[in-house]
Every structure is written in structure tokens, then in C-alpha cells.
Ligand binder design. Structure first.
Ligand SMILES: Nc1ncnc2c1ncn2[C@@H]1O[C@H](COP(=O)(O)OP(=O)(O)OP(=O)(O)O)[C@@H](O)[C@H]1O
Ligand SMILES: [Mg+2]
Length: 351
């Protein structure tokens, strides 16, 4: 899959830009605060349905304007496609597929697939379990739309259950919580099985990548904690209600899970160096792209924001070689002389 054209209008600090990326390596170069990450954010919007930097839609509209938009044209094995999102300072966004309005952004997810790596992704290794769950949730959603639907149902049920646990005097409380718990257990088992399968697959790729990157010196192990079946979730969610009333929240379920990442047997969050952490996070992203290709039959577009700064020469070369013949868009990399170079200055893009 590759992008043929992107048009930005009043998006962040970009008044207007039209970019035609090359099929292989593309580099966005420029000084700080010129709009390089904004350009990638606009592309990744179509892969995950929101800003990867946690901004809300109205913050993406150029300050002082009422409306902004991003249009992306891309080709997959079947055909050329056009997706557009129009963002407003005061109203909800509008999404278009081939010019036809769609009601939900989720209709985009899985059609345009991209893998993004930015400095914030170091948090996959450095921070708490939420970051790792988020990583695998976005990755799995892009390849299995049913997973995203299950996750969204589960989150709604969890919100209801938590609200109910704060009001145990509600009429019919026990019946209600029982019904919600059974529904949640079904979704939880589905989600947990998918996560476990995905992490096993990811592990195979990451272990191999890091092993080769370090000449066999570093061995990474990824594993999903904790795979449970529906019966076990039913038991946990129906058997601890008094404890949960005391805690005023749901104490069990897939919202508590973690992915363990060890390097040579030690917890990488605590023991790995900054460069090692970055290498593992990056390898997880490259592996995400490999799995996407295995399942969908085509590579996604790789978006790399400022990734090279903490990698030594050998690791850098290893990553770039592995990305040969895939579409890659990299920012902030002065030492890359290959590919199509775009200069980004004050929101304008020049070839
Ligand atoms: N809604 C907006 N309207 C106008 N300008 C905005 C908006 N949102 C962000 N900006 C501006 O965009 C610029 C930042 O762009 P961006 O993060 O893409 O920079 P960058 O080129 O990636 O820089 P760096 O090399 O430091 O990462 C900032 O100057 C910021 O003020
Ligand atoms: Mg940036």
C-alpha cells in the first residue's frame, strides 16, 4: 500500500500543502517547529481515526480558521482510493470515502493502514501497562475490525459497570451487574485471545530483529499477561462484587493486562538503556508492519518521526536496510541522503 498524494488545508500550521510522495523512502527535513510532525499526524489520522498526539479535532484546525481538512490518495492491491476528513473549530468532523460521506470514522480503520513510530512511542517500553495495551489495541484493530468493535463494546460496558459500582443501592443492582458482567466476560475472552495471539506473533519478529541487529548479543522476550477464558472472566467478574463495591470500581478484566518485555531475561523497563529501549520499541513497530503484511497481503505505510537520534550507526543502518522497497516517510533526519527530500519550513513544503 502506498500514498500517491496528500493535500492539507488549514491543518495545524499548514495553510496549504500538496505532497506527492515517492513509492519508497521520503524524508521531511526542516528546523524545529516547522510542521514535520504535523504532516505525519495528518496521515496517521486515517489509520487510527484521531490525532496520535492526543489532540482533539478542533485543535487540529489552523488557529484563526473555522475549517481544515486532510485528503489522502493511496493505492492498494485493488485500486486507488481517496479518503478525506474535514475538521471544524466548532462542530463535529465529517469523513468522506471516495467523496461519499461516511457516518463513522471507524469505517476508515483498516482500509488505509500505517505504522507510526515517534519519540513518544518509547513509552511502550518505559511507561505503564496502558501504553502497551494501547499499542496492541491500535495494531490489532487495523487488521481485525471485529477486534475494534469488541473493544468498544467492552469499554462501554466497563463505564456502565463502574458507574453502577458507585451506586450499589440502585434498584436491581445485583441483577444488573450480573448481566453486564456476563456480557463483559464474553468480550474480554475474545479480546484477550486476540491479544495473546498477536503478542506471540510479534514476539517471533521482535526477537529475530533484535538478535540480528545486535549480532546475537541481545535476546528480547515478549509475552501477554494474562490470557483467560470466558469462564474465568465470569468467575472474576461475578465473584468479587462486594470487594468491588468497596473499591467503587471494576477490579478485574482486560483493562488491567500487561505485556511483559524482557531483554536478556531482565525487565526492559527497568534495566535496558535508552538506546536499547528505543531499539525494542522500534522493532515492535517494524514487526507490526510485518504482521500487517502477512495478514493483509500488503505492507502498510511506515511513518517514522525523529527516530534516528538515539540509535548508533549499526542500528540505524539495520533499520533502514530492512525498510527497503516499502513506502517510508521519515522526519528530521539530516543524515539520510536517499529518497525524495521535502523541505518543511513554517508550514510550507518544498521539494
Ligand atoms: N492548530 C494550529 N494552528 C497553527 N499552528 C499550530 C497548530 N497546532 C500546532 N501549531 C504549530 O505547529 C508547530 C509545530 O509543528 P510540528 O510539531 O510539526 O514541528 P516539527 O517540525 O515536527 O518540529 P520538531 O523538529 O521540533 O519536532 C508549532 O510551531 C505549533 O505552534
Ligand atoms: Mg516533530
Amino acid at each position: 500500500m502506498y500514498i500517491t498524494k496528500i493535500i492539507y488545508k488549514n491543518y495545524r500550521n499548514i495553510e496549504y500543502a500538496e505532497i506527492k510522495p515517492d513509492r519508497e523512502v521520503n524524508v521531511f527535513q526542516g528546523f524545529n517547529a516547522q510542521g514535520k510532525t504535523n504532516l505525519l499526524e495528518g496521515i496517521y489520522y486515517f489509520a487510527c481515526g484521531k490525532s496520535f498526539r492526543g489532540a482533539c479535532d478542533r485543535e487540529l484546525v489552523r488557529i484563526g480558521q473555522d475549517e481544515g481538512s486532510v485528503t489522502i490518495c493511496f493505492s492498494d492491491e485493488e485500486r486507488e482510493r481517496t479518503h478525506e476528513v474535514r475538521l471544524f473549530s466548532g462542530e463535529r468532523k465529517l469523513c468522506f470515502k471516495e467523496g461519499i460521506k461516511i457516518s463513522r470514522m471507524s469505517d476508515f480503520i483498516g482500509v488505509f493502514r500505517a505504522v507510526l513510530f515517534s519519540p513518544e512511542h518509547l513509552s511502550i517500553i518505559k511507561d505503564g501497562p496502558g501504553e502497551r495495551r494501547n499499542f496492541c489495541d491500535i495494531a490489532i484493530s487495523q487488521i481485525y475490525p471485529a477486534y475494534m468493535a469488541a473493544l468498544s463494546t467492552y469499554k462501554k460496558l466497563l463505564t456502565q459497570r463502574n458507574a453502577l459500582l458507585k451506586e450499589p443501592e440502585t434498584v436491581g443492582f445485583y441483577d444488573l451487574i450480573h448481566v453486564i458482567s456476563l456480557q463483559m466476560a464474553k468480550e474480554a475472552a475474545f479480546i484477550s485471545a486476540h491479544r495473546d495471539r498477536y503478542i506471540k506473533r510479534l514476539h517471533g519478529h521482535v526477537e529475530h530483529l533484535i538478535y540480528n541487529m545486535t549480532g546475537g548479543m541481545e535476546k528480547v522476550k515478549l509475552s501477554y499477561e494474562t490470557l483467560l477464558g470466558e469462564d474465568e472472566y465470569v468467575r472474576l467478574l461475578t465473584g468479587n462484587i462486594e470487594k468491588e463495591i468497596m473499591a467503587k470500581t471494576t477490579l478485574y478484566g482486560i483493562q488491567k493486562d500487561d505485556i511483559s518485555v524482557t531483554l536478556n531475561g531482565l525487565d526492559s523497563r527497568v534495566y535496558a538503556s535508552q538506546g536499547q529501549q528505543r531499539s525494542i520499541a522500534l522493532a515492535m513497530k517494524v514487526a507490526e508492519g510485518e504482521i500487517s503484511n502477512e495478514i493483509c497481503g500488503e505492507y502498510p505505510v511506515f511513518l517514522f518521526d525523529d527516530i534516528m537520534s538515539e540509535l548508533d550507526k549499526n542500528r540505524k543502518a539495520f533499520i533502514l536496510t530492512g525498510l527497503y522497497d516499502k513506502q517510508v516517510i521519515i522526519t528530521g533526519c539530516d543524515d539520510i541522503r536517499t529518497g525524495k527530500i521535502f523541505n518543511v519550513s513554517n508550514g510550507s513544503v518544498l521539494l
